[in-house]
Structures are given as C-alpha cells and as structure tokens.
Design a protein around this ligand. Structure first.
Ligand code: PRE
Length: 93
C-alpha cells in the first residue's frame, strides 16, 4: 500500500532538493550584488511578479493559494539565507 506513490514522492523530492540547492546558490549571488549596490533584501514587486507568473503556469487553478504559500515560504527562506550570507561577507572566519 502506497509504495509506488511514496517512491514517486521520493523522486520528486530529490529533484526539488537539487533545484532548491541551485536556487539558494543563485540567491546568495544576488545577496552579494545587493550589498555592493546597497539594495534592500526584500523586493516586494519582484516577489509579486514571481508568484503571479508561477500561478499563471498552473494547469489546475484550484492549486493557486497553495502555490502562492509555497513561493512565499521559498522566498522567505531565500531571504534568510541572503541575510546569513551577507553577515558572513567580510569576515575572515
Ligand atoms: O530577485 C531578488 O531580488 C531576490 O533577492 C530573489 C528573491 C527570490 O528568492 O526569488 C528573494 C528576495 C526578494 O524579495 C525577491 C526575490
């Protein structure tokens, strides 16, 4: 019971983990540019744009509120990582 569904979830999780890691690496690079140009970490307009464009790609529109929450969480985690990255800049240890 549920073996094949859990196996598929495991495969999807593995793909998401790989993409998560890649996304966080890009996020850290953005953080460095933001420091150099003295930009704030949060860009509300960009966050709205990300959510709207991803929601528009859904085939099942009933998932819109869940995908919105998902990207809100992803971007919050991204900003937490950016803040930690920035704190580490210029430190020798
Ligand atoms: O695009 C940016 O400016 C980012 O810092 C990336 C990102 C994201 O993780 O997608 C994170 C924080 C911003 O508020 C908007 C988007």
């Amino acid at each position: 019971m549920l073996e094949s569904e859990r196996q598929r979830i495991d495969e999807i999780n593995a793909a998401m983990t790989r993409l998560f890691e890649e996304r966080m690496q890009v996020s850290a690079k953005i953080a460095q540019v933001k420091v150099e140009h003295q930009l704030s970490l949060t860009n509300v307009g960009r966050e709205q744009e990300v959510i709207a464009s991803q929601v528009a790609q859904l085939k099942d529109a009933t998932l819109a509120p869940y995908l919105t929450d998902f990207y809100r969480d992803v971007m919050l985690i991204s900003k937490q990582y950016q803040a930690k990255t920035i704190k580490g800049l210029g430190q020798t240890k």
